[in-house]
Write a protein that binds this ligand. Structure first.
Ligand SMILES: Cc1ncc(COP(=O)(O)O)c(C=O)c1O
Length: 399
């Protein structure tokens, strides 16, 4: 393996404007309390067992893409196909449902000073305390659908704030789960602001996938749901794990869950590369600034799930301190990556992906086909790469 897989990143010089090392990443650092407060791997096997009781639930496939690995001279290339999650079509299903349950359980605990369980709440436990709870969130589409599904499962009202760009298919899928939709004339960050304002006025319970000062409990619960992706992969599908993770980021919830879980579980944590659209590069810019910073662009992108101008600050101890590299991709990279997944090389399986879903592969493609990036990241015959197809092609144009 090349230099990228070995020592600390910060000794490297890089002339590519779209690829930046993390000067704070110490590859020998243990997974400590600051990280565990964000992503806690303990008890996830029990959570996975609870999920397994859900009739719709099955682990999503981890698919090998050997022909594509050979094209780029990589040792192994696998993709966790979250388009198959619950028949829901995106990893976000894992977060929203569990976070709604968590907020109900906390309300019961606060009122009655007792613990409950997922099954008990489903059966109506604590309904006297929680009957009037209304759940609200802002979303580019997928998280809102997950919160709507959770609220419906537990029989509660739900209001989802959507930015102007969310397509009609995603709005219809949210409404089909019984939620009310409020369109905000602005982007994802404007939808978050409006959700906060209205929820404070109405007394609604916000179940956000992004955090802000003083608001961390629900986003941490959402990310705990996402952690099941890594949990089920390490438990049965790929215990040895990857040497490299290319993970797409919006606010950073998925990236924190994946980087955190692999850092905590594997003897040697994989080299993590966080991938963002160039117009929504809030992590890329925050890494350079050494603190949470706005994206350089206006977040206009076909990669709607990644169209965020601000990071989720609670994820900083994992991504800000533990991601090794940050990179941006162009719109055309995501288009090409979707095509590669839908019409694969050789005998590789075909995958349906939306633009956000294909973004991790788009990052790998950009890096693997650029000699300086290949060398810096150690993309060679020893590299075992993990990607996540974070969503299917709901609402996306045909490839
Ligand atoms: C399909 C898809 N992929 C990736 C992401 C990014 O997740 P996060 O905002 O947690 O970084 C999202 C977020 O909405 C998404 O919908």
């Amino acid at each position: 393996m090349g230099f990228g897989g070995a020592g600390p990143c910060y000794v490297r010089t890089m002339t590519l404007p779209w690829l930046s090392p993390n000067p704070r990443a110490d590859r020998r650092a243990p997974y400590g309390p600051a990280q565990r407060a964000v992503i806690d791997p303990s008890g996830l096997d029990e959570l996975a067992a609870t999920m397994a009781r859900c009739p719709l639930h099955a682990p999503t496939p981890l698919l090998a893409l050997p022909a594509l690995a050979a094209r780029w001279g990589l040792g192994d290339l696998r993709i966790k196909d979250e388009s198959k999650r619950f028949g829901f079509g995106a990893f976000k299903a894992l977060g929203g449902v569990l976070a709604v349950y968590g907020e109900l359980a906390s309300a019961i605990d606060e009122a009655d000073h007792r613990q409950t369980s997922f099954d008990a709440v489903l059966a109506g436990d604590g309904a006297d305390v929680t009957a009037d709870m209304v759940f609200a969130t802002a979303s580019s589409g997928n998280h809102g659908r997950a919160v709507a599904a959770g609220a419906r499962l537990f029989g509660r009202r739900c209001v989802v704030f959507l930015p102007a760009f969310t397509d009609a298919a995603k709005e219809a899928a949210i409404r089909a789960r019984g939620a009310e939709v409020i369109r905000v004339a602005g982007d994802y960050d404007a939808a978050v602001a409006e959700c906060r304002r209205r929820s404070a006025a109405e007394g609604w319970t916000v179940v956000s996938d992004t955090s802000w000062e003083g608001y961390e409990r629900a986003p941490v619960r959402v990310m705990r749901g996402y952690s099941l992706i890594a949990e089920e992969m390490l438990a049965t599908q790929w215990p040895e794990g990857p040497t490299h993770l290319f993970v797409q980021a919006g606010v950073g919830g998925l990236a924190a869950a994946m980087i955190g879980m692999l850092w905590a579980a594997l003897p040697r944590r994989p080299l993590s590369i966080v991938v963002e659209p160039e117009t929504a590069d809030c992590w890329f810019q925050s890494n350079r600034a050494g603190q949470p910073t706005l994206a350089s662009g206006d977040a206009t992108t076909a990669m709607g799930g990644l169209a965020c101008r601000e990071i989720s600050p609670v994820t900083w101890p994992i991504i800000g301190l533990g991601a090794d590299w940050f990179m941006t991709i162009r719109e055309g990279d995501a288009v090409a990556a979707r095509r590669l997944l839908a019409r694969p090389d050789g005998g590789d399986p075909a995958l349906a992906a939306g633009f956000s879903g294909a973004a991790g592969l788009a990052g790998l493609m950009r890096a693997a086909t650029e000699p300086e990036a290949r060398r810096a990241l150690g993309l060679d015959g020893d590299a075992r790469i993990l990607l996540i197809n974070s969503e299917g092609d709901l609402g996306a144009p045909p490839v």
